[in-house]
Design a protein around this ligand. Structure first.
Ligand SMILES: Cc1ncc(C[n+]2csc(CCOP(=O)(O)OP(=O)(O)O)c2C)c(N)n1
Ligand SMILES: [Mg+2]
Length: 456
């Protein structure tokens, strides 16, 4: 079947399970907009923009996805291949610009390459450690016609890397550490949710009776109401959680990357603890914190292998010690967040922006389920909350979605309120009978500025 490159984009996205695309039109991407017969939602977020300023406006979003390992495919229009490199109107080297902030990016200049490139983009965005992929398609490739053959456009990628990439000796060393530790503590990160390891993680925690501290993006991976859950670690975590980490004799880091907001001063970080690092991305091993055993692999697979090896689980004296660690006794500006938590029975998806309110949310909304806190962790992108909440509402139309945003960040993207209104009527046709904007709730803390830590 002969289709234009633009039609191949639409046909390929539909076959890849995409139901929604978020975009902003412009000259160099109009052929694709024209070919979009109906709106397209899948696990992977798809965003589309025109060339030049459209593409550069995507840069902060792409960097946010890269830092937080979010699978995203961005499609940009590009000027015709005949004028590439001539500083044509709205020409920008977006693959050059986004090289360090994408897992992969590529320029497509021929209609016949569109389908395979998009299939590769989806595979790469969602494989291993997820992240953003950018596909830049020239206008002539969108307009030209080519034979569309889905089967023949199978991605030509090297064989999938082995997911577990550590040897038996390393594994045995980790098991020995787990079974001899007196004061073990888990550092739980986003990777647990990314690998779908929540059940395996809970079994591992129960088998060893390990206390669990979470990173910002790890919140939700283990129920907040479980007595073994200590809450958030790091600069914005409770002091006693960090004290427990400093006193542990074994840290078991799962799907986290020892970010500086987690460790603070590396010279004094958890000096008395041996460390096991379970992580899919080898580049993260020994990057910030030197570890004693590195189990490189998919969190779920590694945890499923480790759990049956656990023989030592009586850490009651240690857990009593942690519970007796002194808290500073203050509850700053947390009452409203706590009330939202109570009001929503902890069941809402909460999307935060970046700033003081973000930390209040992380401490005082107690998330029991994965993927119910959506926040920009690694890049700390103000303006994130409202647009991300629109995406969350599309992906989970029957969930109550709350936006917790500061006055500063709200001003950056408050124009998206118009998008909510505009999309309200077609929205229910996608999948949501109850996807009304009233279900997207906004909390603007009328609190003092971040550095004035007073109760609100
Ligand atoms: C795009 C961007 N610009 C600047 C910053 C630096 N920054 C981090 S928090 C913050 C203030 C946020 O204020 P507000 O949105 O009112 O939230 P609050 O801290 O008051 O809860 C600023 C300027 C950022 N993270 N992102
Ligand atoms: Mg503010």
């Amino acid at each position: 079947m002969k289709l234009t490159g633009a039609e191949i984009v639409c046909e390929s996205l539909t076959r890849l399970g995409v139901r929604e695309i978020f975009g902003y039109p412009g000259g160099a991407i109009l052929p694709v907009y024209d070919a979009l017969g109906k709106r397209a939602s899948g696990g992977i977020g798809v965003a589309m923009a025109t060339s030049g300023p459209g593409a550069t406006n995507m840069v902060t979003g792409i960097a946010t996805a890269m830092m937080d390992s979010s699978p995203v495919v961005c499609i940009t229009g590009q000027v015709s291949s005949k004028v590439l490199g001539s500083d044509a109107f709205q020409e920008i080297d977006i693959t050059g610009i986004t090289m360090p902030i994408t897992k992969h990016n590529v320029v497509v200049t021929k209609a016949e390459d569109v389908a395979r490139t998009l299939r590769e983009a989806f595979l790469i965005a969602n494989s291993g450690r997820p992240g953003p992929v950018l596909v830049d398609i020239t206008k002539d490739a969108q307009q030209a016609s080519a034979e569309f053959n889905w089967e023949a456009s199978e991605p030509k990628l090297p064989p999938k890397r082995r997911r577990n990439n550590h040897d038996q000796a390393e594994f045995d060393r980790a098991v020995e550490m787990l079974n001899t530790a007196k004061r073990p503590l888990i550092l739980a990160g986003h990777g647990i949710m990314v690998s779908g390891a929540m059940r395996a993680f809970e079994q591992f925690v129960r088998a060893g009776n390990y206390p669990v501290a979470m990173t910002l993006l790890g919140i939700g991976c283990f129920p907040a109401n479980d007595p073994l859950n200590l809450g958030m670690m790091g600069m914005h975590g409770e002091a006693w959680v960090n004290n427990a980490i400093q006193e542990a004799d074994l840290l078991i880091a799962v799907g986290m990357r020892f970010d500086d907001r987690v460790t603070g001063d590396l010279r004094t970080y958890a000096k008395s603890a041996r460390k096991i690092h379970i992580e899919i991305d080898r580049a993260e091993i020994n990057k910030n914190v030197k570890v004693d055993a590195a189990l490189v692999g998919d969190a779920r697979e590694v945890l499923e292998r480790l759990t049956p090896q656990i023989q030592s689980s009586d850490h009651s004296a240690w857990i009593r010690d942690i519970q007796s660690l002194p808290d500073n006794g203050h509850l700053y500006a947390a009452h409203v967040i706590n009330d939202i938590w109570k009001e929503t029975h902890g069941e809402a998806i909460v999307v935060t922006d970046v700033g003081q309110h973000q930390m209040w949310e992380a401490q005082y909304y107690h998330h029991n389920r994965p993927r119910t806190l959506i926040t920009s962790g690694g890049l700390g992108t103000m303006g994130f909350a409202l647009p991300a909440a629109i995406g969350a509402k599309f992906a989970k139309p029957s969930s109550e979605v709350w936006v917790v945003v500061g006055d500063g960040g709200f001003q950056m993207t408050m124009s998206e309120l118009a998008t909510i209104v505009q999309e309200n009527s077609p929205m229910p046709s996608a999948s949501a009978a109850n996807a009304s904007p009233s279900a997207l709730k906004l909390f603007l803390p009328s609190a003092p500025h971040a550095n004035q830590r007073k109760p609100c």
